[in-house]
Ligand binder design. Structure first.
Ligand SMILES: *[C@@H]1O[C@H](CO)[C@@H](O)[C@H](O)[C@H]1NC(C)=O
Ligand SMILES: *[C@@H]1O[C@H](CO)[C@@H](O)[C@H](O)[C@H]1NC(C)=O
Length: 363
């Protein structure tokens, strides 16, 4: 349950990956010069592929259960910790419900040392990147965290869900992957509109830019064997992107998402795009068939229930209001007129905080 390995010094595995990365950086400098305009083709979303619910007896005799391991990358900051506690609470609530194929759970803690949640949440400690390498962009640690975890941990399940602390499971999650992994299409990841930059890392001979899925690494359900191949490349690509000033500037905080999308395409992997994977309030107002609520955006509303995005609302829920510690229990519910997605989010936070022992004790 608790992993604790070489901290402090850069590991040989790390040095190998960085070494190969530099070779490819030079290679890409050459390929970036060759740049053609390509037609954009519409990214086609597969139609709804409803998972048919079957009674338990039928299920046992039919398709076998294909459990996936839930892995959430996290730091030891209070901000990350309270989100992980809520996330783990909802995982436990959903895990054994009908339709779930959720297997074990691991918080992959990439701060290098155990924290005070080790006895509450199954945790595997990995090293952060060597000092300064993330250039203040902490999520660059994610690919490196996955490389180490996959290499060192024993993972029983054949599939892995890459999740984040600000994910709340609102429905039991089945294994949305098949042979191909399943990912969530983000509206702001637009490979075809960034061909010039993408080509620095995805050379022409690899194929059209439309091979790159409009996704990030999370949420994704993927075969472990596939992720073992993609993760080191993902790490290479993300570090090289960060080192390239133009890429860093254009991609900004979504750089690491593009890095995963490109890395998987470099391995010839394409994802089944599942819009019902998650919703992102306040932009998504309906719960629909979603499995996860991603609370990455602030939710600001007037007392009349009107969205005031970008302006502090008379009523608000924003995870960034709680950088130094958890939100209090029993947050006030939104005023009438606020969409069901936001109401469900606040109720879910409240249910978790009410039921987690020692919520306020500074963990
Ligand atoms: C580094 O990245 C390149 C792709 O750009 C990949 O081919 C290479 O295998 C990566 N290194 C490792 C150790 O995976
Ligand atoms: C939660 O807060 C509401 C007022 O916003 C109050 O009426 C209710 O009793 C509180 N519930 C608990 C469990 O503290």
């Amino acid at each position: 349950m608790i992993g604790r390995k070489n901290m402090g010094k850069a590991s040989p595995l790390f040095l190998l990956i960085v070494g190969v990365g530099f070779f490819f950086a030079t290679y890409n400098l050459v390929t970036m010069v060759i740049h053609h305009q390509r037609r954009e083709s519409e990214m086609e979303l597969p139609g709804d592929d409803p998972i048919t619910r079957m009674p338990d007896e039928l299920k046992r005799s039919g398709e076998p259960r294909r459990p996936f391991h839930v892995a959430v990358t996290a730091t030891d900051a209070p901000y990350s910790r309270w989100q992980c506690r809520i996330m783990y609470y909802w995982y436990k609530r959903m895990k054994d419900s009908e339709g779930s194929e959720m297997g074990g759970f691991t918080r992959v803690l990439h701060s290098g040392t155990p924290d005070n949640l080790m006895d509450e949440i199954p945790t595997f400690v990995v090293d952060p990147l060597p000092a300064g390498m993330d250039r203040g962009y902490i999520v660059l640690n994610r690919p490196w965290a996955f490389v180490q975890w996959l290499e060192k941990a024993t993972i029983e399940e054949e599939y892995i869900l890459m999740a984040e602390p600000d994910h709340i499971f609102v429905k039991p999650l089945p294994n949305l992957a098949r042979e191909d992994p399943a990912g969530f299409p983000f509206f702001y990841i637009k490979p075809t509109e960034n061909e010039k930059i993408i080509r620095k890392f995805y050379p022409e001979e690899k194929g059209p830019v439309t091979n790159i899925d409009p996704i990030g690494n999370s949420p994704v359900i993927i075969k472990k064997s596939m992720l073992e191949k993609i993760a080191p490349t993902w790490m290479n690509v993300s570090l090289r992107m960060k080192e390239d000033p133009e890429t860093d500037k254009v991609f900004g905080w979504v750089l690491e998402m593009y890095a995963y999308a490109i890395a998987s395409a470099l391995h010839g992997v394409q994802h089944i795009l599942r819009k019902d994977f998650m919703i992102q309030p306040p932009w998504d107002t309906k719960l629909g068939n979603t499995h996860i609520i991603h609370f990455t955006y602030g939710c600001d509303y007037s007392l009349k229930g009107e969205l005031t995005y970008g302006k502090i609302g008379e009523w608000r829920f924003d995870k960034r209001s709680y950088l130094r510690g958890p939100p209090p229990r029993n947050l006030s519910l939104p005023p009438p007129g606020v969409p069901e997605s936001v109401v469900k989010l606040v109720k879910s936070v409240n249910e978790a905080s009410a039921n987690i022992p020692g919520w306020d004790d500074g963990r």
